[in-house]
Design a protein around this ligand. Sequence first.
Ligand SMILES: Nc1ncnc2c1ncn2[C@@H]1O[C@H](COP(=O)(O)OP(=O)(O)O)[C@@H](O)[C@H]1O
Ligand SMILES: Cc1cn([C@H]2C[C@H](O)[C@@H](COP(=O)(O)OP(=O)(O)O)O2)c(=O)[nH]c1=O
Length: 696
Amino acid sequence: MTAAAAPDHDVRALLRDHPDFRRMWLSLMLSSFGDWLGMLAKLGTAAGLTVGDATQTSVAVSTVFILQLAPAALLGPLAGALADRLDRRLTMVVGDLLRFALFISIPIAGSLTWLFVATLLIELVTLFWGPAKDATVPNLVPARKLEVANQISLVATYGSAPVAGLAFILLTLLTGVLDNLLPFLRGGQSDLAMYVNAVTFLVAAAVIWRLDIPPREVRPREGGLAPTLGRDIVEGWRFVGGSPLLRGLVFGMLVAFAAGGVVLGLGRAFVTSLGAGDPGYGVVVMAVFAGVALGVWQGPRWLSGLSRRRTFGLALSLAGVSLVLVAVVGNIVVASLFVVALGLCTGLAYVSAYTLLGLEVDDDVRGRTFAFVGSSTRVVIIAVMLVAPWVANALGERTIAPSEHWSVTYAGSALAMVVAGVITGVAGVVSFRQMDDRRGTSLRSDLVRAFTRRGEAAEDPAPVRPPASGFFLAFEGGDGSGKTTQATLLADWLTQRGHEVVVTREPGGTATGRELREVLLSHRGDASPLSPRAEALLFAADRAQHVAEVVQPGLRRGAVVLTDRYVDSSLAYQGAGRDLPASEVETLSTWATQGLLPDLTVVLDVDPVTAAQRRAGRAAEDRMEAESRAFHARVREQFLLLAGRDPRRYLVLDATTSPETVHAKLREHLEPLLPAATGVPGTAPEPVTVPGPVRS
Ligand SMILES: Nc1ncnc2c1ncn2[C@@H]1O[C@H](COP(=O)(O)OP(=O)(O)O)[C@@H](O)[C@H]1O
Ligand SMILES: Cc1cn([C@H]2C[C@H](O)[C@@H](COP(=O)(O)OP(=O)(O)O)O2)c(=O)[nH]c1=O
């Protein structure tokens, strides 16, 4: 791998390199297909069992709808908390088997009551299955591929809807033909669809059974109290409320879903108010789907240079603006175009939010958080769908006449949509503010950077370099990614070629630095825990001393300086890890180093689990190493993000390959970049290694 862009959007590579994810994805596609087919078949069965009585039919159909939404709305968090304690693979397999049995029982029983009971039971099972599935995906793919994994999972979920629709039509037609041949199908038109659907769950169960899902990270709970379910749920809620990011995210998602509910609830009336009938409604529905698909699929790629948190807030605000535009244009064709934009922004917000949740939520509460979000969104959608038509009715038809010669008449549905749009827009701005991780950098410059292929040279601060400069290379990556190993190998090779080499590290590249290192890494701080800002300042102090005492003098002599960690470690550990604003940490480092940047930063990319295994041999973990897996996942994501923003100065290497392979790739990339050697090849002195504390 050479300089890789991050995050990674290559779908084919994702499916090829992660067979477990591929299997999971296939089973998800099947189950989703089954879900949609099942929904159509259940509605068909409800209608079929009440033939001839229009009122009874509509009551039966709405009962099925309500039974489908209600369990998740009422019991979602409970099921999520339970799901976090169960084995995820087993939960999914048992869930699929139960759904198989329940679906098959509906046509066999052939009774309306059993249809209702089975619908309820199926939804209850899905309540456990869903969070187990959502929480598993981040464990099957590396962090930088999570976004694309979410994208194709959403495509599997929603893309299977039209296919299921088509299959349903074909199966019902086929039922007519088969009626005479297979007497057991006589029961109803939807029966064959129900059987096919049941089989999809059976296949999905078999696929999941073969998955190798890594065990969950379970953190010890303080006080050793036996954790209770109630406590789990409260913790899940408190967890969402306690983090500004999650608060902003969940709040934003709820508002987005509320806006979606308004569109669903009022869409039909709105289209009628524009004088378009069923075909017009069809066009609008298709426009929404097209927009969402485009947003989910292409949005993250278009905005790959923008931070995900900013993307979410921006997309939500623009969704609000689009909704207002849809409502005010008064023409079905133009309105449909804005509907595409609305779908696009919503899809983009959705996939960003989903990925952020996967990355930011600790593994042991992830199921609960997803369940919490899932059930609250359902409550919101049901509530809004019920309330919106009532509000639209109350608003009635309004005529707005700004002048004598000009007046516009709006239907209540359009006005209600304007209100929803404004609320969504404002919520987007609030979310953006609350979660912003690039305070101090204007959104405009970020967007310019995102659209001009990551800003290139124009925006980089001119590095302060001594006149006769050598070459400055920084190794970055998680603890245990192999930085020390690679620095040693590279130093040997460079020395062979006649370069003067200085091998150094942060923190602790100087005598002063070693004292700071002691405070930073050994500080357990029970009495006075080190605050994130104090930590950031101490790392910056170490860096300032390091640059002045070791790096700059080395470069001035024309040496190749190899440092084990530099500025990006602060951006990753203090910025993304501790959640300090990245721009402030960057300002601090720029000040400490007087803007000195490496000529090349080599990111040794390895997943936190492998890195932790490599560190296992060491005597004790230091303060940073002992952080949670989610912390290390954020750190890794940040390194990759930084590398993706400036591919010219970065080289990302897959550090799970052998040390020799990593070294060979590094050499190959470095060779053309190096200045001429100052000594005679093979005769250079041994590399100067700035002493650091000996590792256990
Ligand atoms: N590419 C690699 N594959 C497997 N093990 C490695 C690799 N590179 C380094 N290691 C081992 O992993 C451990 C951590 O490596 P080290 O170079 O100390 O990492 P860091 O300096 O990033 O903490 C060491 O035991 C080392 O031998
Ligand atoms: C340089 C730097 C390091 N760190 C952390 C990362 C590491 O966990 C720790 C340095 O430990 P160290 O033992 O040097 O790293 P490694 O385990 O990779 O060999 O300090 C920061 O949090 N911020 C910084 O700016």
